[in-house]
Structure formats: C-alpha cells, structure tokens
Design a protein around this ligand. Structure first.
Ligand code: AMP
Ligand code: MG
Length: 196
C-alpha cells in the first residue's frame, strides 16, 4: 500500500488552513505525518533555475517550463524518505494562459504513486467570499459561478487521476469555522488507508 495521499482543493477552499490544522491534530495524537506543499517545492525549483517568482505567478509562466518544474518537483517529492504517511498538498488543475492544465498528469502521478486522492471542497458561496477576502493571494476568479465551475473541474481531473493511479477518491467538506472537524475527517481517512 502506498503511503502517499494526494490532497487537492481549489484556491479559496481552505486547504492550507485545514492542512495546518491536520498538522496540529496529528501532533496531539502522536501520529507521524509528513505534509509537502507541491507549490513550495516548485517555487524553490524556479528559484534554483534563477527565476524567482511569486507563487501566484508560477501559473503564468511558459507552460513548457511549468511542466519541467512540475515533473522535477514530483521526482523530488517521490524520493521523500521515511515510513510515515506523506500528504501531498496540491491541485487537480491549474488555470494557465494556455488553458486548464492537469496538476498531476501521468508522469507526475507515477512519481507520486498515490494510494488515495482526497478533494477538499466547500460551498461555492463560501469559496467566493474567501477568495475576495484573502488579500495575501492573487486569485484569478472570484464569482460564485467561477467557484462552482472550479469545483467541477477538480472532480473531472480527480476522476482521470483515479483511473490512471487506480486509487480511490474521498471528499472532505470544509464549511466555515469547521476546519478542525475537516482535519479530523482527513486524518481518519489517511489513517484508514495507510494502515492497510
Ligand atoms: P497553492 O499555494 O497550493 O495555491 O499553490 C500555488 C501554486 O503552485 C499554484 O498556483 C500553481 O502555480 C503551483 N502548483 C501547485 N501544485 C501544482 C501542480 N501539481 N502542478 C503545477 N503547478 C502546481
Ligand atoms: Mg493554499
């Protein structure tokens, strides 16, 4: 059984918040867990190539370059040592200037070899509100309809991923103010899948 779990969620769904909470819950329960943020790894790799870019500008780079860095990031993450469950915080798709682009195309999936794909979702109205309130990030789409469409795309991509990886999909809801509950749900799913 693979110890890697992909956790994906569209921008504004509260993925970072829930994963921070997951770290706290796992620590309190003494459950070893490693969380890697795919965007951070890519950002470091961009820097190493002499291209320092804001994390919200990576998706505006040349697609060939993004694809190279994406694959390199996957290889690096795939080599992560240790026996604990490895949570990869990433996206099912990225909106690039060339179109909707898979966050985990075949070669990336092969490197990560996930045993489970978890989608974090929330109400489209909550997502739109969070996107508009977050001044620390540059969000491309901010309406409720755009949030709804992003949620749909995330599921389409997850289904393609599940077929390629032969991995099941779980959905965890993150309603306003309930990130602790969402983190507990996540941990239960991760434990169930990585203890098999
Ligand atoms: P995040 O902080 O999770 O919203 O991610 C920041 C940025 O990292 C995204 O907007 C993408 O440019 C990039 N990123 C994260 N995961 C992937 C991935 N799997 N493939 C390509 N780019 C990614
Ligand atoms: Mg985030």
């Amino acid at each position: 059984m693979s110890r890697t779990i992909i956790v994906a969620g569209i921008p504004g769904v509260g993925k970072t918040t829930v994963l921070q909470e997951l770290e706290n819950v796992a620590r309190e329960k003494n459950i070893p867990l490693k969380i890697v943020n795919f965007g951070n790894v890519m950002n470091e790799l961009f820097k190493k190539r002499g291209k320092t870019v804001h994390r919200d500008h990576m998706r505006r780079q040349d697609l060939e370059l993004q694809a190279k860095v994406q694959e390199q990031a996957a290889r690096e993450i795939g080599k992560t040592g240790g026996k604990s469950a490895l949570v990869v915080d990433t996206h099912m798709f990225v909106r690039t200037k060339d179109g909707i682009w898979p966050g985990t195309p075949r070669r990336v999936l092969e490197e990560l070899d996930p045993g489970l794909i978890i989608l974090i979702e929330a109400d489209p109205e909550d997502i739109a509100r969070r996107r508009n309130a977050d001044r620390t990030r540059e969000r491309d789409s901010k309406t409720v309809d755009e949030a709804r469409s992003d949620l749909e795309w995330s599921r389409y991509m997850a289904s393609a991923n599940a077929v390629l990886a032969g991995a099941p999909i779980q959905i965890v809801l993150n309603p306003d103010g309930h990130q602790r509950r969402a983190a507990e749900d996540l941990l239960a799913l991760i434990r169930k899948r990585t203890l098999q």
